[in-house]
Write a protein that binds this ligand. Structure first.
Ligand code: FE2
Length: 201
């Protein structure tokens, strides 16, 4: 685990009881006191720490590199680097909510929308190759996205420049399912348990 060295002017985002609010009686987004907005805010704050040099980032040209920055009963936070063409296959996050913020580089996300509207331009031939149920969005540096329950996506770095992102999950990831798309239909291909400390997708 990367050590955080706090200075008098810096308070770690993990130091505050973000996910233990006594006044949060209704967990609107899922089985956790953290909301999607909480997770987005947290990943943005940790991304700022990465920019400030508080967390070392490594790059593995063979396997995606990741470092768990924090873990407690309600959430885990990961720093991930993506060398060119490194990718996570189509998956969900089990019973966890999630969020990510791109620190640098860019990530491409394809998410299952069952034919919903896209929010980014997408080359027609690329869309045809993936099918109408998947929609692409390009996540530039500083962009944050949240993953509610049932969010199915794949993520990749298609650029030469290494991408770096901060991910938070609440509750901590404990299971994930993987998917394929056949004839425009999303089909689960397998499910796997995620051990504590096991890098996320
Ligand atoms: Fe994911």
């Amino acid at each position: 685990m990367t050590a955080l060295v706090d200075t008098p002017t810096h308070v770690s985002p993990f130091a505050r009881p973000r996910t233990l609010r006594a006044d949060r009686r209704r967990w609107q987004d899922g089985p956790t006191p953290a909301s999607l907005a909480d997770l987005v805010t947290l990943t943005r704050e940790v991304a700022d720490e990465v920019h400030a040099g508080r967390h070392a980032v490594e790059v593995d040209p063979v396997h995606r590199w990741s470092q768990r920055l924090h873990a407690d009963e309600h959430l885990d936070v990961w720093l991930i680097s993506w060398a060119r063409d490194q990718a996570a296959e189509l998956h969900d996050h089990g019973g966890s909510l999630g969020a990510l913020t791109v620190v640098r580089g860019g990530l491409t996300e394809w998410r299952w929308t069952a034919g919903g509207e896209d929010d980014d331009a997408c080359r027609a031939e690329e869309l045809a190759s993936r099918g109408p149920g998947l929609r692409r969005r390009v996540l530039e540096p500083g962009r944050s996205v949240a993953f509610g329950l049932g969010h199915v996506h794949d993520v990749s770095n298609r650029a030469v420049e290494t991408a770096v992102s901060v991910h938070a999950y609440s509750p901590p990831l404990s299971a994930m399912s993987y998917y394929g798309v056949e004839g425009g239909v999303l089909r689960r291909t397998r499910s796997e348990l995620v051990a504590p400390g096991q890098p996320p997708e």
